[in-house]
Design a protein around this ligand. Structure first.
Ligand SMILES: CC(=O)SCCNC(=O)CCNC(=O)[C@H](O)C(C)(C)COP(=O)(O)OP(=O)(O)OC[C@H]1O[C@@H](n2cnc3c(N)ncnc32)[C@H](O)[C@@H]1OP(=O)(O)O
Ligand SMILES: CC(C)C(=O)C(=O)O
Ligand SMILES: [Mg+2]
Length: 556
């Protein structure tokens, strides 16, 4: 039992719609998008945007492909008014973009709104009034018919004014604000009255926008509300049903998705979901959700860096690192098993087939993210991630036994440091342990005579001395271990061995990984050379040096 008095709240009533159809629908095309960043997003900021900031954000929204953009509440403030004027007077609105403005159903505000839009080629006038029970009873203290009068009078005032400006192509949007808290029969009644007042016309559809001004229920109940409304509203063919969901319960995107399945045509939302309280529906998330299902989102969101830069500069808000699709960390795997699975899937990925990579719902490259940023190493990581970085950065395909060995060293280091390791630190650690080691034996020159039993003659620097070693065996490595065994009078054996080409072309290099055994002791050597035999010999010498030195076996 929590200490909360949960009886303070009531469950949201369910909708009686036993033959609901929306659960059987599939989202297979993008809705009409309308950005309300410059209005709902703006009204929720600590410091509303300046005209310059609004211009910058408007230009980004146009670039992303929004064709309907709510640019403000021009009657609210001088900057809001001036911005709309600037858009029109500076010819900033492309022909295929329609600007939308919001107003309450009050004469002075409507006058100012129409004044702001003078000279626009196309415009949507968005009128709203609150219709929910709580607003009617406690805020407006009015009966249902009086609330309908506010809406109808508002629409009439808009109609009378726009009729005087025939150079603009006008559309009406009406929102029964607080729709989610409104009895459905009343929502339909007030919207029918608005449509009758404006005049239904299938050529010039009225937008009826159904807002979850406050998100009050699970998204399935919201979808029932939308389906019920769509079934019962008159003149459906003359209407574009829009939704405007807020995120109070964290389900604004889910509600909008189910709402489209339930019959809505249009979705209002904002970038990153900026908006009142917990925000509006996040257009980026909904669009990318569609994209991840193979549906064209009809918005160009590929340049995430620019989107984030402009958004942060205009709103003074920061994008959360875990924000769906675009947060800094959302394609990053720290945990070992995730890294291992991503590495394996990416190595098998065939670009001609549908994307199928564990833990990555979409290809990070689609949003300008590199795979390098996908795998990051901390104490939760494993061999797969470490190996991925060495392969991605140095082209080294570590054999499994060396992945395990090196991951252990990385693990100890990251635990000591108690933090994430940068890619360069992993590379440095590898070089320090395997490539830049100070070794007793260094190859100066060699001669390998190939026959049934290869014969090796190698000149080796050992401290200040130059020594000649020779031996024969099945290949250069075997011949060298035979030569070393004879020199130190103890058997030197190869426990593990692997090699691969490092790069293609005439300047190709080879890399050899070996594990050398001397008595009970083992040690690893790695060497890179333009000559495969030299890479083999150097790797063996690197591994053997430390063992021989440790056992103090160098002949005087
Ligand atoms: C859910 C939403 O996001 S709705 C959009 C909300 N956005 C905003 O409010 C931001 C911009 N608003 C503003 O700058 C201001 O509210 C203004 C300039 C529009 C109006 O300011 P004011 O008139 O000073 O005050 P306020 O907004 O408090 O007005 C409330 C009055 O309008 C009435 N009212 C509120 N909404 C509406 C409406 N949609 N239609 C008609 N009347 C309305 C109220 O009943 C109240 O009436 P009262 O004064 O008789 O009590
Ligand atoms: C004005 C309306 C559409 C609104 O922003 C809301 O209800 O949330
Ligand atoms: Mg809103």
């Amino acid at each position: 039992m929590s200490g909360f008095d949960h009886k303070k709240y009531r469950p949201f009533p369910t909708i009686n719609l036993p033959d609901r159809q929306w659960p059987n629908q599939v989202l297979d095309k993008a809705p009409t998008w309308c950005s309300v960043d410059l209005r709902d997003g703006n009204q929720a900021l600590i410091d509303p945007m300046t005209v310059a900031q609004k211009k910058r954000l408007f230009q980004l929204l146009v670039k992303l492909g929004f064709k309907e953009i709510e640019v403000g509440f021009p009657a609210a403030s001088q900057p809001d008014f001036d911005f709309v004027r600037a858009l029109i007077e500076e010819n900033m609105i492309p022909d295929d973009v329609t600007v939308q403005v919001l107003t309450q159903a009050r004469e002075a505000l409507i006058d100012r709104t129409i004044e702001a839009l003078k000279g626009a080629k196309k415009a949507i006038v968005h009128v709203y009034n609150s219709t929910s029970t709580v607003q009617r009873e406690q805020v407006f203290c009015l009966e249902r018919n009086q609330i309908i009068d506010i809406a109808v009078n508002g629409v009439r005032m808009v109609k009378e004014r726009v009729e005087k400006h025939t150079d603009t192509e006008w559309r009406l949007e009406y929102s029964p604000e607080s729709f989610t808290g409104t009895e459905l029969d009343f929502a339909v009644e007030i919207c029918d009255a608005v449509v009758e007042e404006w005049g239904p016309n299938p050529e010039q559809k009225i937008i009826l926008n159904l807002p979850a001004t406050v998100e009050m229920s699970t998204p399935n109940v919201f979808a029932d509300q939308i389906e019920w409304f769509c079934r019962n509203i008159k003149h459906r063919e003359c209407l574009e049903i829009s939704m405007h969901t807020h995120n109070d319960r964290g389900c604004a995107v889910a509600a909008a998705e189910l709402g489209v399945m339930a019959g809505a045509d249009r979705v209002e939302g904002t970038l990153m979901g900026n908006g009142e309280r917990t925000g509006n529906m996040d257009v980026i998330t909904m669009a990318m959700n569609l994209y991840s299902q193979g549906v064209d989102p009809e918005l160009d969101l590929a340049d995430v860096t620019e989107i984030i830069q402009v958004y942060e500069a205009c709103t003074n808000l920061e994008v959360h690192p875990r924000h769906p699709y675009i947060g800094e960390l959302v394609y990053t795997a720290f945990s070992g098993s995730h890294q291992d699975a991503i590495k394996k899937c990416l190595s098998k990925y065939d670009a001609s087939k549908p994307w199928e990579v564990a833990y990555l719902p979409i290809d990070p490259k689609d949003l300008g993210r590199s795979y390098e940023a996908v795998i990051r190493i901390n104490s939760q990581s494993g061999k797969g991630g470490v190996a991925y970085i060495l392969e991605a950065e140095l082209g080294l395909k570590l054999p499994r036994w060396l992945q395990i060995e090196f991951a252990g060293k990385v693990q100890r280091y990251t635990e000591e440091q108690a933090r994430e390791l940068k890619q360069q630190e992993i590379i440095d650690l590898f070089q320090q342990h395997y490539l830049n080691t100070e070794q007793q034996f260094e190859l100066v020159t060699y001669k390998l005579e190939r026959s049934d039993n290869d014969f090796l003659n190698a000149t080796i620097r050992c401290g200040d001395q130059i020594i000649e070693l020779s031996g024969d065996g099945n290949g250069a490595i075997h011949a060298l271990t035979e030569a070393l065994s004879a020199y130190i009078e103890q058997p030197v054996q190869i426990a593990e061995y692997s090699e691969h080409a490092l790069s293609a072309g005439s300047d190709a290099k080879a890399v050899t990984y070996v594990q050398v055994k001397l008595g009970d002791a083992v040690n690893t050597g790695v060497a890179i050379s333009e000559d495969t035999v030299a890479a083999n010999l150097n790797a063996v010498l690197a591994a053997a040096s430390a063992l021989i030195q440790e056992k103090d076996l160098i002949a005087a």
